[in-house]
Every structure is written in C-alpha cells, then in structure tokens.
Ligand binder design. Structure first.
Ligand SMILES: C[S@@+](CC[C@H](N)C(=O)[O-])C[C@H]1O[C@@H](n2cnc3c(N)ncnc32)[C@H](O)[C@@H]1O
Length: 285
C-alpha cells in the first residue's frame, strides 16, 4: 500500500482497495498522479495558510486525504458515497491519523460544515458552483480543483467574456489565482475536460455587504440580464433579487453605474450597489 521510497500511499492501490468501480455520474474521477497529489497541499503551505483544520469535500478513495493528513492537524472529509465514506474510516482507522480524521457522510450542499481553517479539495465538478458559493462566504483560504473553464471564470476580470456572477462573488471574498492546469491523464477514470487548481486568499477586510444571501440573489438577477443596462437589469430582475421597490434603487444609484452593463462593473461597485439596494429597495425579509 505505501511506497517505501516516498512514504506515500499509492493512489492506484487505494482505488483498488476501495473495492469499487468509480461511478462517473457521481463525478468520481480520482487523482492518480502522485506529483499532482503532493503539490496540492504545498500550494497552501507556500501561502502560509493555517492548516490546523482542513476541510476536504469529496474524499473518494483517500489519496488526497492521505496528503492532507501529512500537513494538517485535523481533517474533516465530507463524502456523499456511503461506500467511500466507510472506506475512508477504515483506511485510516489503523493509524495514529484516525483520531485526527472525521468523515462526514453526506452531500456537501446540505450537510452542516464544521469550522475549518482551510479547504483543500478535488471537487465533484457537477456541484462546483454550489460548493464554491457555499465555501467563499466562510472567508477561509481555499485550494480547489475545478474544470479549467470554471477556474478561468472564477478568476476573470471585468470587461472580459468570462466575467460573471462567479467572478464577482469570488472577487468579493478573495483574491483568486489559477495556480496549475492539470491534464486529464492525472485522473482515473479520465474526465472529458482539462482541470485547474485555484487558490483563493480571503480579502481582509472584504468589501462589506449587509446580507450575503441578498448579495448573491442580487448578482444572480443582474447577470441574467448582462447585456442590458444596470438600470433595466435591476428593474427586470426584482423577482430574483427579491427587491420590493427596484425603482427606488435606480433613482438613488449613481447615473454612471446604472448606465453600465453588469459585465463591466467591478466587485466593489456591486458591493456598493447591493448595499444601496438593501437599504432603499425594500428587499424581502
Ligand atoms: C473528483 S472525486 C475526488 C476524489 C478524491 N478526493 C481524489 O482526489 O481522488 C469527487 C468525490 O466527491 C464525491 N461527491 C460527489 N458529489 C458529492 C457531493 N455533492 N457531496 C459530497 N461528495 C460528493 C464523489 O463520490 C467523489 O468521491
């Protein structure tokens, strides 16, 4: 199981030992490239991230979990597949690592997440955006594997085609760096797409918004009308943002911002606008 030269568990052997075929409908594409696996936690170490309690979403057979236990004091893994959750508990039970590892069987979109100091994960790509929107407001450093296009949208700058709700949300909470592109060959079974690792560093202080949930809904609304002026987008998407009086927002907001399109505004502009909208636009309670 353990490579005697590197002291690392062999990911292929872990997959075999899990005694289960990967189900790609559940986004089960496992990392089998030792060099990539070794580098992932290093991206956190080189940024001086506090690794006292690392959250891993989607542990699978445990090759990344093994690396995380090599760096973190405590690791919590959330895994939806009951067989892999049981496998992870068993795999590390015999080791001293067992008392540093908590396995939570469940869906990362609805299990309660512990207080963590960082999240390092090779995510299920089908749930990337929901998981990112769940993790970013926790304002903790993240090292996450995504589909490459998703990573590029997350890091996109205003005025580019890739810039959207995801870029604004990510840029609102954190500085975002795409630190590595990972080829399909690093996984088994191979995904159809190229992957990329993103590191986010929380902004301190973040731009403040009065209510995170309202902010997310406001962004969702105006970006569904990204080709319209903000004036029209704010008015037309009140059913999404929950604004009772969108006209009051348009009246009170800066003319230039209302004449711009969502794709050209910076994260700080959205924070200001959402704050104003929350104050004067009668959002749903
Ligand atoms: C891309 S694999 C990564 C596995 C392992 N960490 C690795 O790097 O090889 C994603 C894992 O997430 C699990 N998963 C899929 N959807 C999930 C969800 N909604 N919540 C929690 N785990 C999920 C899958 O069962 C799978 O084990």
């Amino acid at each position: 199981m353990t490579d005697t030269q590197t002291g690392r568990r062999n990911p292929d052997a872990l997959v075999r030992r899990a005694g289960k075929r990967a189900d790609t409908r559940q986004d089960q594409h496992f990392l089998v490239d030792d060099r990539v696996l070794d580098r992932i936690p290093e991206y956190a170490v080189e940024a001086d991230v506090d690794l006292s309690h690392v959250l891993e979403i989607g542990g699978g057979p445990g090759a990344l979990t093994d690396r995380l236990l090599g760096h973190a004091e405590e690791v919590t893994v959330v895994e939806r597949d009951p067989d892999f959750a049981a496998h992870l508990r068993e795999e590390f039970a015999a080791e001293r690592a067992a008392d540093r590892l908590t396995v939570r069987e469940g869906d990362a979109l609805d299990v309660s997440l512990p207080e963590f100091t960082a999240s390092i994960s090779n995510l299920p790509y089908g749930a990337s955006s929901e998981i990112a929107f769940r993790l970013l407001p926790r304002k903790r450093p993240l090292v996450l594997m995504f589909q490459r296009e998703f990573a590029e949208r997350m890091a996109a700058e205003p005025g580019t085609d890739d810039y959207g709700r995801l870029s604004v949300t990510a840029g609102h909470y954190a500085d975002v760096d795409v630190v590595e592109t990972v080829p399909k060959e690093a996984f088994d079974p191979q995904p159809r797409v190229t992957s990329a690792l993103v590191r986010t560093t929380p902004r301190e202080p973040a731009y403040t918004v009065p209510d995170d949930a309202f902010f997310m809904d406001f962004l969702k609304g105006v970006f569904t009308q990204r080709r319209k002026t903000m004036r029209n987008a704010v008015r037309n998407t009140a059913h999404i943002s929950g604004l009772g009086d969108p006209d009051a927002v348009v009246e009170a907001a800066d003319e230039d911002l209302m004449s711009a399109r969502a794709g050209n505004l910076a994260p700080a502009d959205f924070a200001d606008l959402a704050t104003l909208a929350y104050e004067v636009g009668e959002p749903e309670a």
